[in-house]
Structure formats: C-alpha cells, structure tokens
Write a protein that binds this ligand. Sequence first.
Ligand code: BGC
Length: 766
Amino acid sequence: MKKILLTLAALTMAFAAVAQPQLREDNIEEVLKAMTLQEKATLLVGGARAAMVNGVTSGVSANVPGAAGNTRPIERLGIPVTVLADGPAGLRIQPTRPGDANTYYCTGFPVGTLLASSWDLSLVEEVTKAMGNEVLEYGVDVLLAPGMNIHRNPLCGRNFEYFSEDPLLSGKMAAAYVRGIQSNGVGTSIKHYAANNQETNRNEDDAIISQRALREIYLKNFEIAVKESQPWTVMSSYNKLNGDYTQQSEGLLTTVLRDEWGFKGIVMTDWGNKAGTVKSAKAGNDLMEPGNQNEIDRIIAGVQDGTISQEELDRNVRNMLTYIVRTPRFKGYKFSNKPDLKAHAEVARKAAGESIVLLRNEGALPLKGTEKVALYGISALDFVAGGTGSGDVNKAYVVNMEEAMTKAGFTLDKGLSDYYKAYVAYDKAQKGLTNTGFSWFFSRKLSEISIPADAISAESKANDVAVVVLGRNAGEGADRKQIDDFELTAVERELLRDVSTAYHAAGKKVIVVLNVGGVIETTSWKNMVDAIVLPWSPGQEGANAVADVLTGKVNPSGKLPMTFPVNFMDHPSSANFPYNYQQSASRGFSWGPRQPQKNVDYTQYEEGIWVGYRHFVTRDVEVSYPFGYGLSYTTFAYSKPVVKADKDGFTASITVTNTGKVAGKEVVELYVSAPEGGLEKPACELKAFGKTKELQPGESQTLTLKVSAYELASFNEAASAWEAAAGKYSVHFGASVADIRCTVPFTLKKAQNWPVHNVLAPVAAK
Ligand code: BGC
C-alpha cells in the first residue's frame, strides 16, 4: 500500500513538473503549451486602471506607485508582473509614498520637440541613456515613449511631446531615443501608432488619410524607428484610421508593422478600453491596457466561439512571453531606487543648451552676464518645464528664469521681480493650480499681467536690457486654440509694444524668450524686438540652459524641426483641424451618439502629403521662420560638396568651416529634389542630416551622409509600391530648407520599386 502511495505521489509530482514549467528564455514554447485558456487571456490583458491619488495615477502595480500600468503575473508558471510607466520627457512615477521617507523623483528632461531641435542623434541617445537608467533603477520595465506623431498642425495639444513635421527627422530622433533607453536593458513603447494628430475627441476621431500620405508622412517615421531601433513595444493609438480603430487594424498592426517592417515586439493599446477586444487581439494587438475582467472574458469567449483562432491567440501569447523574458523584473534585477539624479540634471541642462534655437539676433546677444536685467513675463517665474498630462514628469524642482539669471551673474530689477512674484502667488491661488486631482490633466497656465507703460519707461532707464519671457502650456486631452494661444494675447502684445518702445528709446535691447510647447505666431511682432530665443519646454534645468545661451557660455546650435508660418491658416491642414472647437469633446471624450461632426468625429487629411515645409517650399508660401532654421553666434561656410553614387543610392559629403570668432556647432541638412515627371513631388525633401562637433574659429570638419535608393522613393498608390524614379536628382546641402548653400546633381540610372501590401485605403469619403 505504502509503495502504491509513493508511486502515486511521484507521478503527481512528475505531472506537476510537466504542467508547471517555470518560464525561462529558452522554454517559451513549453510554457505556452502548459498555459490554460484562462491564463493566456489573462496575459493579454493588463492590470486594472490605475487610481488617481494626490494628483498622480497610482500604479496598478504594487511595486511602483504612479506607474501607468502593468502586465499580469501568472505565478504558477514563473511569469512575473512587468511594469509600464510614462514618458516621454522622463519617467513618470509617484514621487512620494505613504509611510516612506524616501523620495522617488525623476529628472524632467527637455520635451521631444526640443530634443528634435538639436538635430543631434548622439545627444538624444545620451539623454535617453540617462533617462533609461531611471527607468531601470526605479523598477520599471517599459517606458511608454517616445511620442512620435507628426506635427501635422501647430495646434495639436501634444506636439511638445512629439518631434517634428518631417517624418525622417521624427523617425531618426525616435530611433536614437529608443536606442538610448533600451541600452539599459529596459523597453520603450513608440506611440501613438498611428495618425493621432489631434487631441479633440481623440478616442473616436476617424483620421481619413490617403495611402500615399499615410505611407510617406504618418507611417514613415514609425517605419524608420522600427527598422533602426527595434523598440520592444509599440502603442496603438486611440483614434480610428480610415474607418478602423488603430488597435483593431490588422493592416496597420500586422501587415505593415510586422510583415513589412519586421517588428518583433508586442503591440499594446493606448489607455482606453474599446469594445471589440477580440478584434484587437486578432488584428495583432497583444496587450490591452489598462485591462479589466470583461476583456479577459471576451477573449475566452472569442476563442470558444472561434472568432479568434487558437493560432492567433498563441501568436500573441508567444509575443508576450518573448517580451517578458527580456525584462529586468523577469531577470530579477535588484533595482536601487537611487538613480544619480544629480548627474542626470547635468545631462538635462546640457541637452537643453545644445538644442535651444536662436530665431533672431540683431546685435543683442550674447550678453556679458553682468548686466542689470528687467525680467518681464509671468513665465519667468511660472516657467514651463514640460507639458501637462501623462507626459508630465514628477521632478524634484524646476529652475525658473529668475533663479537661473541670478546664478549666471545678472542683477535683476528687484521691484519688478517682487511685483511678478506677488502676482504669480495670487493668480495661482485664485486658479487653484495645485496640480492635484484631475487638474494635472487640464491645468494650463496663469494669465499674463499688464505692466503700466510709465513703470516700463522707468525700468528702461534703470536697467541695461529687457528680457521678456512668453509662456504657453499644453497637454494631453485638448488641442490649443488659434486665438490667445497660437496668437499672442492682447496683454502680451501690449507688453511687447511698451517694452520695445521704452527700451529702444533708452538705447537698450529687448530679448524675448519663448517658453512654449508649440509653434506660435511671430510675424506680427518679431521685428519689434532685438533677439528671440526659443527653448520650448526645456525641462527642470532648462532655465539654466537659457541663461547659458544668453551669456554665450553655450553657442546656440539648435534648428527648427518644423515651420513657423505667418498665419495659422497658411498650413493646409488648418482647413481640417478643430482649432475653434470649444465644447466638451475638446477634452478628448465623447459623450454619446450625435451626428458625425467634421474634425471632431472624422478628420479629412485633405492636404495629403503637403504637410509643413513640403507645402510652404513647393508652393512658395511665405513663412515666418522656415523648417531647419536657427542662428548661431558664429558663421559657417560650406565647401567641397561631393555626391558619389554607390551600389545603393549615394554618399554625400560636405566640409563645414567655422568662419566666425567663437566656437560653435553647425547642423547640415541634406534635401533632395526628384526628377520631373511621374508622381507629383515636393520641391525638396529632407533625406539626411548631420551636426558637426564644436568647431573652433577657422576649424573645418567634413560630414558624410548616406542616402539609399529606397529613401529616395515615393509611394505610388495605384501600384501599391514605393518607386524611386530614374533620372537626375538635385542634392542640396542647406543650413535650413530656405538657405541652400550648395547643390550637386545625382543620377539614378535605373528606376527601382518596392511593392507593398495594398492595405489601409480610406473608405468612401464622407
Ligand atoms: C496617453 C498615453 C500614455 C497612457 C498611459 C494615455 O492617455 O495617451 O500617451 O502613455 O495614457 O498613461
């Protein structure tokens, strides 16, 4: 009897050993086989929605409060929880924990638009290497970043998180960003895939886009990022694209992303539960975030009634297991909760300094650093380090302009500063901008205050120079407006007018600092002032970087990653953008059935490929500042342009010489004009770029840039193929798209084409 019992026990143990393999890197198939349907469904559905606690999303994961989400553990099989947290301007977690004296602040780095203004891929990699270290050391497995939607229109509320109006610049930036983060052994989630170009009704809006514009503009940047950096994850967006929710679009998530581009990671949804979980899973969306029990039940029912096949389910589960074995949490990494925030603050400051764009300088800059400065504008105190919403970072501090200028050696007009301090404190209290509860989502900015003209006149006599800081905030859940946001407010106009008049009468200069999240109107006022410095939203150390530029400690070398138009309506996309939509849906929610409303329920991308400079340059429309533009305190000469055909396109080189008196760096932009005939093409398109090291006066450097034939191709919808036409191309080396320094011809001897799947066509126009 005893013997029989022993044998039974041994058998049970053996069975248990077979049925309960513990997940390892090399036994994914075995674990997959051992999983029940319930377990498989569970793995495809993230933890429940996070709660809002003290103004931040408290994580569903017990491990990292404030993280946006997690994947569910299956202890029986040794599958751990993994933790996902926002991005992109740094890691977003809760900075303090009840009953815990430690703090968990993260570095507030420059926003994506400022990083893109550096045009410096190694700088971006350096920044995100530091950022990724915080991800690792705070116990997070995936940073939900970078945000990389195209700046289709200046008023998209989240443009500050995104890089550029140009897909090549955006894609290269995203790839560098991903490489830096992932060099830490943690993952990224490039987002929001795809065509999430407005916040208004972002959950439901149907972006209707031609296949050509999709392929060339809105997917191209994702294509580059996927191919060049293999992000661990991709986040599908909230919106619809040509009729389907992106999270349910097989064409987008499987055909294009995996079959054509070779993506190997997981796709997760943006943070919204759509009905139709099964359709999402079937389409290739592996993870529903944040998840709920209904979704698990739907997947189980879907398998049982055959709506989703066992193979499709297993494909997604396999992707999830492959992702999980890469994570630090799976590997048992002992995170310290103590990243080197001091060192990272230095990285943030350096990155901001290297990226700031100097838009105008009529002999005003650099300053000596010892001047008496009258600092105007509430944003000098209420400095905008980053935007609102999930892209905000819980940082330990934000240096403001007053602190930065004082530290740099300037003497500030005390009466003026005290006046602003009192007002900012009062206005903050009035508006209740405490960053608690839901206000993180909606909170915007204090309003500018009038300064009496006679006070300004007195200040102009008592000070050496005026610095006016104009600020804008924006963020998730709402788009910006044309009036009083893209355009200056009446109070701001008055301030600029009165300050310019008084200071110029006193023989003094006026410098404007644009502490903005997105493009604003500049044509009507730029000639009134002597210098304009554009730091965007430069992170917690950004004000120090602005001071570095004002004193010349840093010679600005950033260039615009988008166009500054004269008027908002000059962008063709403005005709189909919800720029004056004021109702509740502008908050990003939809409140139930109603008649489909243009630009709210559906948005026709009638402008096609004519986005940003592609439109302005080709149609010769005047701009305020062109794409790729930025000044320096020195000058550069371009020489010895060479373009050599090679077996796959061409290699170009150009020599850049610093012809001025101070050291500086120069961004060189390579644009290509295609041969006439065939598809209609923009006058030129950015195909490569490079940045010199810091060149001393008189010093030269030769930059070499490579362009493949595929990169020259345009998308032919009729043939469903990328086509590079044979013939004579012009290769332009430019300091901006409007400042071409040399042009060299290049001949592509044989036409080439790359057929792709005919997917994602718009359904009949509404
Ligand atoms: C945002 C994402 C973010 C997610 C998690 C969503 O509302 O659109 O960008 O990653 O929330 O916080």
